[in-house]
Design a protein around this ligand. Structure first.
Ligand code: WTA
Length: 649
């Protein structure tokens, strides 16, 4: 059934078959509104606690929250052991599919054994509760096992996306003070082995605090070996006992650090803790996707190296005893139907992915998915950036066969779990809007002074009450935590950094970042980080970076650089050199789509670079207001430098 909104767009009512048996119905909103803390306490009760909490929330020292104060639990026990103890040991936890086509099926009982072995190995290597362990891995089962082993012994994991460079890894190892790195010789991407160990060797050579490197053999390619420091996973983990008695930790015990880009060059180590985090990711996973542990096959097609992977490949699904699919490689390897082949093979019922991938599939054409049986799918999810209605409708029709609700989930690394999204059995869907705050979450759209805006006015998204899976701080930098998120509108209001508007029906429309953070293929990259990489190159005097809208990736990175006096502008060759430099410095995801060498940059009288104008140029738009420029001829100079058709590669 469908209707139309005031604006003429189509809406989609919850399908009868989902609404009738949904995990949560409309009453969940009233229940949460009546008593928010009691509501979250009830969801915490879905987990197994060794000691009950004394207080649901301690917000006496905002913005430093404590949830489930005095409670004790073990996150890994909740994700694995309790399901085995309840007689579900034979249930599949992961259908893992390697890119070359090799597979592994891991049951909850096997997962328990392997996590126990890995936990014993970490203890043998001297890792204690509270120590930081870096995980730099491809998408293989050992990545999840490593995370859970850390959680099991109370060590804090810090997963660094395998696409990040040695430099990026080194700075994170240093910032977190990691004592151990778990990695692999490499993984498979785009049909070839892609090495990881060389980057670890490089990074660890600069990180004296790292005592050991544990290496999973995945590709079998040769690796350099540091005797005494490096250990093969199969040796050190393989020989351990599968018995491990877990300890219980405080609800506020740190679980993990995940680095994310902010508005300065230095990435922020977002800290998540145990009880509140698991409560919210578990409940949102169960409610947002209507997860049925006995029958669903759940697939988050993302990398574990991002928060989406942490919350919705690992902690959410496992805490709910889901059977998940985990896929190592890229969607076009060895052919463009690989994902749909996987859906068909495992009978995937719930698929969660990003709009950028959907737009890529649109480009490849609907004939590709049409060649596979996708009839098992019943709920679809979207995350990472606003999903444009065209992509929404395509996803709905060509992947969901017109019958699957699409759950567009707005959240962030900082929020830990879903914050604004429809519920599949409850909400009438409006393509393009993430719609309403999740039950128990308070979100508003405000103006620059923090006043709530009337309908349809564009403003800033804020969260007005603390939530269980909120970040607790920025690792080692409480001041930056307060400054970044809780200073603009006071210590009780979280500033999300996203523009938004609310329509007359109460639906929230997310409008992208309002700070200097770009969103490229759903990945956050800071303009400053790319700029500082560029000026780190000997030929560059000054750099300005903007995110220009891109039909596939959401935004593309466009850089404007001024060369040093003595530098030779070798044209394409220099541009290539600079692109490679950034890719090496930060990682291939940060490689600019386009670099333009210019004589001047447009600046305000106070010397601030006018990114808006640069964005107009990068998007080939007519120039906006230039009256605040120190020298408006600058723009002409820049324009002269514009190639007729911007070159891309
Ligand atoms: C954007 C990813 C609109 C937003 C989970 C946010 C979205 C940033 C959506 C967080 C969505 C994520 N609709 N925008 N459904 N999901 N965003 O930390 O700008 O990698 O602030 O977390 O992505 O990105 P992060």
């Amino acid at each position: 059934m469908s209707g139309t909104t005031e604006t003429g767009g189509q809406t989609f009512s919850p399908p009868e078959v989902i609404a009738a048996g949904a995990n949560v119905g409309p009453e969940v909103y009233e229940e949460a509104a009546a008593d928010r803390l009691a509501f979250w306490a009830k969801q915490a009760g879905r987990l197994s606690w060794d000691r009950q909490w004394d207080e649901v929330l301690d917000w006496s020292n905002p913005p430093f929250a404590k949830w489930f104060v005095g409670g004790k639990l073990n996150v890994a026990y909740n994700c694995v052991d309790r399901h085995v103890e309840a007689g579900h040991g034979d249930q599949v936890a992961y259908h893992w599919e390697g890119e070359p086509g090799d597979t592994r099926t891991i049951t909850y009982a096997q997962l328990k054994d392997e996590v126990s072995q890995a936990a014993n190995a970490l203890t043998e290597l001297g890792v204690n509760a509270g120590d930081r362990v870096a995980i730099y891995m491809p998408m293989i089962p050992e990545t999840v096992i490593s995370m859970l082993a850390c959680a099991r012994i109370g060590a804090v994991h810090m997963v660094v996306f395998g696409g990040f460079s040695a430099d990026a890894l080194a700075s994170r190892l240093d910032d977190a003070g990691a004592v151990l790195v778990i990695t692999a010789d490499g993984g498979y991407r785009r049909g070839a082995a892609s090495a990881l160990k060389p980057a670890v060797d490089d990074a660890v050579s600069r990180s004296p605090g790292v005592r050991n490197v544990v290496v999973v053999k995945r590709t079998g390619e040769d690796v350099e070996w540091a005797e005494g420091r490096d250990l093969w996973w199969d040796d050190v983990v393989g020989r351990q006992s599968t018995e491990h008695t877990c300890e219980f930790f405080d609800a506020e015990h740190p679980l993990y650090i995940m680095y994310t880009s902010g508005t300065t060059a230095k990435p922020k180590g977002i800290l998540h803790t145990s009880g509140g985090y698991l409560t919210q990711v578990s409940f949102t996973h169960w409610a947002s996707f209507d997860l049925k542990p006995d029958t669903d096959v759940f697939w988050t097609a993302a990398d574990v190296g991002w928060v989406t992977g942490h919350s919705y490949i690992v902690y959410g699904p496992l805490s709910n005893r889901a059977t998940s699919v985990m896929y190592e490689g890229t969607p076009e390897t060895p052919h463009r139907g690989r994902w749909w082949e996987i859906v068909q093979k495992y009978g995937v019922t719930i698929l969660y992915t990003a709009p950028t991938v959907i737009r890529t599939f649109m480009k490849w054409g609907e004939d590709v998915p049409a060649g596979f049986d996708l009839s098992t799918l019943r709920v679809l999810g979207s995350v990472g950036e606003p999903i444009n209605p065209e992509a929404w409708l395509w996803y709905h029709r060509h992947i969901g066969g017109g019958r699957c609700p699409i759950v567009d989930t707005w959240w962030q690394t900082e929020t830990g779990g879903h914050m604004i999204n429809p519920l599949p059995g409850v909400t009438s869907l409006v393509p393009g809007s993430a719609q309403v705050p999740f039950p128990g979450i308070s979100a508003k759209v405000v103006d620059d002074e923090g006043n709530e805006l009337s309908d349809d006015s564009t403003g800033l998204l804020v969260l007005t009450e603390p939530w269980p899976s909120m970040l607790r701080t920025i690792w080692g930098d409480d001041d930056r935590y307060v400054d970044t998120y809780w200073s603009r509108f006071g210590k009780n209001v979280y500033f999300a950094g996203d523009g938004a508007k609310k329509d007359a029906d109460g639906n929230i429309w997310l409008l992208g970042r309002v700070d200097d953070v770009m969103n490229v293929s759903g990945h956050r990259i800071s303009t400053t980080e790319v700029e500082s990489s560029l000026v780190g190159h000997p030929t560059v005097a000054e750099a300005a970076v903007v995110g220009a809208s891109d039909p596939t990736t959401g935004q593309g990175i466009v850089a404007f650089v001024i060369l040093r006096g003595d530098a030779v502008d070798s044209g394409d060759e220099l541009v290539q050199t600079l692109k490679t430099h950034v890719a090496k410095d930060i990682g291939p995801i940060a490689k600019p789509r386009q670099i333009m060498v210019v004589q001047e940059l447009p600046k305000t009288r106070s010397g601030k670079i006018m990114r808006r104008l640069l964005r107009d140029i990068a998007e080939n738009r007519e120039l906006g207001d230039v009256t605040t420029l120190t020298d408006s001829s600058v723009m002409n100079l820049i324009k002269e430098k514009l190639p007729a058709a911007p070159s891309e590669d």
